[in-house]
Design a protein around this ligand. Structure first.
Ligand code: SAH
Length: 352
């Protein structure tokens, strides 16, 4: 029988699990604290627990932990990009960024992705598998342990489509923001989706205060379908209704992500359309200069175009920011590091 993944169990579940095995309830709280506050790498670190209990746990449960395969550090802004190996040998990427308001970690939610967006490196080889809640937590835990600095913000914007791994994502979000764990404020957590409408609506009902970011990237259905296959399933009108619903239910404003590619989605009509969609929803718009991926033919919009977008949004009282290209000297676009590692074309950079 496969061992249960103990680090994916919320505290209540862990209590039930242990009391059913005849353990005292306080053991669950101790164990939970070791896993989710002290960020132990294994049962053997939990020195205030009886050895027999630790051995029993090790025999009974799986304890996930990540191995750092690569670490790339930006010489420009200190951004760190991690390539982690999971228990089954699969690879995922995570990024640590230091901002004025705190440290932010960008995590992956799947190994690979099956959404097929045309500009994205993470989806080139399709989906390998979903990440467990523990494997999403582990990315943050490993990085916090490594840097020795508290992580205050988490964005689920790495590899994978989080709403395509919905159940695990929800467990992860609850555990991440739980007062018995790292207790990261829900308002400091952002989940980014390519726009799976029924799941966006479901997320609105979960009683969470997280930010939902929608990867819009085009303002007509026709153009969006060319960039993002998911647009064949859901129209922009349906997406906007789902966004309005999310705002209505949670009071949280939606963020639009809009990656600008020269000659693709940066014309005046695109800008008009973007303004018209963002205005009524009072969205925040995140303008991302497209990150060129070797296998894909996209070129960044010119700086003056990007600024024209920001200025027009501002004139219309829409909050628009240009994403700083954090770590642009270190394999910026998500999924590229993993691809290069698998292809064996990475030079050893001494990370670990
Ligand atoms: N699946 C989620 C998270 C993906 S990555 C989603 O679709 O939102 C986070 C953002 O980066 C998304 O907006 C995605 O569309 C965008 N992105 C992916 N590849 C990119 C690239 N090469 N250049 C710029 N943005 C990119």
């Amino acid at each position: 029988m496969e061992k249960k993944d103990i680090k994916s169990m919320p505290l209540k579940e862990l209590e039930q699990e242990l009391t059913a095995r005849g353990e005292k309830a306080f053991r669950a709280a101790q164990l939970y604290q070791w896993m989710h506050v002290k960020l132990a790498k294994g049962f053997d670190e939990m020195t205030n627990l009886p050895k027999t209990f630790r051995e029993e746990c090790a025999g009974q449960y799986a304890y996930t932990s990540l191995e750092t395969v690569r670490l790339q550090e930006s010489g420009i802004d200190g951004t760190k990009k991690f390539l982690f190996r999971l228990g089954d040998g699969q690879l995922v990427e995570s990024v640590w960024m230091r901002y004025r308001h705190g440290n932010s970690v960008c995590i992956s939610s799947q190994v690979g992705c099956r959404m097929g967006c045309r500009f994205c490196a993470s989806t080139l080889d399709g989906l390998e598998r979903n990440l467990l809640p523990s494997e999403m937590l582990d990315q943050i835990y490993s990085i916090q342990r490594f840097t020795g600095e508290r992580v205050s913000n988490v964005v689920v914007m790495g590899m994978g489509e989080p709403l395509d791994n919905y159940e695990n994502l929800l467990v992860f979000l609850r555990m991440l923001t739980d007062e018995n764990g790292l207790h990261i404020s829900q308002r400091n957590v952002t989940v980014s989706t390519c726009g799976i409408v029924p799941r966006m609506r479901q997320l609105a009902e979960e009683g969470l205060q997280i930010t939902l970011a929608l990867s819009l990237h085009a303002v007509t259905d026709e153009k969006r379908r060319r960039l993002m296959p998911v647009a064949n399933r859901y129209s922009i009108a349906e997406l906007m209704e789902a966004c309005a619903y999310y705002f209505e239910r949670t009071g949280r404003r939606i963020t639009f992500e809009y990656s600008l590619a020269a000659g693709v989605n940066d014309t005046d009509e695109d800008l008009e359309g973007l303004t018209a969609l963002a205005g009524p929803l009072r969205c925040h718009v995140n303008l991302i200069p497209v990150n060129p991926v070797k296998e894909l033919n996209f070129v960044q919009s010119r700086k003056d175009r990007i600024h024209a977008f920001q200025n027009k949004l501002e004139k219309n009282k829409i909050n628009g920011t240009i994403r700083r290209e954090m770590g642009r000297d270190i394999d910026g676009a998500c999924g590229q590091l993993r691809r290069r590692e698998r292809a064996g074309t990475l030079q050893d950079c001494g990370g670990n």
